[in-house]
Design a protein around this ligand. Structure first.
Ligand code: SF4
Length: 206
């Protein structure tokens, strides 16, 4: 398929990595009908790749009818989560529930400036790579550890710890403060690590 790439991509957002069965079935049928491929990315989304241009409208309309939400600029980033409790024996928290709470509070924000990511890990092992994410939330048996400013890339950075033993309410308030600060200090896009040394950065390293 990749040798004959000529189509477009459509990215369907999958909060907490969950794919409703009706959407899975319909995406399968559409893929067969229009001969495109399906890629599950590491960012909690399903990317339909090599979709013929002539099919894009039908694919979007059909999946929209099932509640599909598509990736587009200005949307609040879906938290990248590990499977967490109760599906992982080591999980301290239900990561899906925390993701839902974050999206319930921030998901409707408009014109969110790029380019920060959020990661949630159900324990300190960190299977969702919180340590190199802009806003990292790790559950521990004594509350949440929150870090900021991690990134991957050619010059990776480990996120700086800014909160320990935080409650869930504090997690949400910390995200609010970071998103607000990022918005105030960013023209169009910026990773959070670029703001860590700003004298007004709202949280000290701990
Ligand atoms: S981070 Fe912890 S809870 Fe999450 S999948 Fe990995 S081991 Fe399990």
């Amino acid at each position: 398929m990749s040798d004959n790439f000529s189509g477009l991509s459509i990215t369907v957002l999958l909060p907490a990595g969950r794919l409703p069965l009706d959407m899975m079935k319909t995406a399968h049928e559409l893929a067969e009908k229009y001969h495109f491929s399906v890629y599950f990315s590491l960012a909690q989304n399903m990317r339909l790749i090599n979709v013929p241009e002539s099919a894009v409208e039908d694919v979007k309309k059909t999946l929209s009818a099932l509640g599909a939400n598509f990736k587009s600029p200005g949307k609040f980033p879906l938290p990248r989560i590990c499977i967490g409790k109760p599906y992982c024996n080591l999980g301290v928290v239900d990561t899906e529930q925390l993701s839902q709470k974050i999206l319930a509070r921030f998901g409707e924000l408009k014109n969110v400036k790029a380019k920060f990511k959020i990661s949630i890990a159900g324990c300190t092992i960190g299977c969702s790579w919180p340590q190199n994410t802009d806003i990292a939330i790790m559950a521990t048996r004594r509350g949440y550890t929150i870090c900021a400013g991690g990134k991957g890339g050619v010059v990776p950075r480990v996120a700086r710890r800014i909160k320990r033993r935080a409650t869930e309410a504090e997690v949400l308030d910390t995200i609010a403060a970071l998103v607000d600060f990022h918005d105030r200090k960013t023209k169009t896009k910026q990773r959070i690590y670029q703001l860590l040394d700003d004298p007004e950065f709202p949280f000290p390293a701990i």
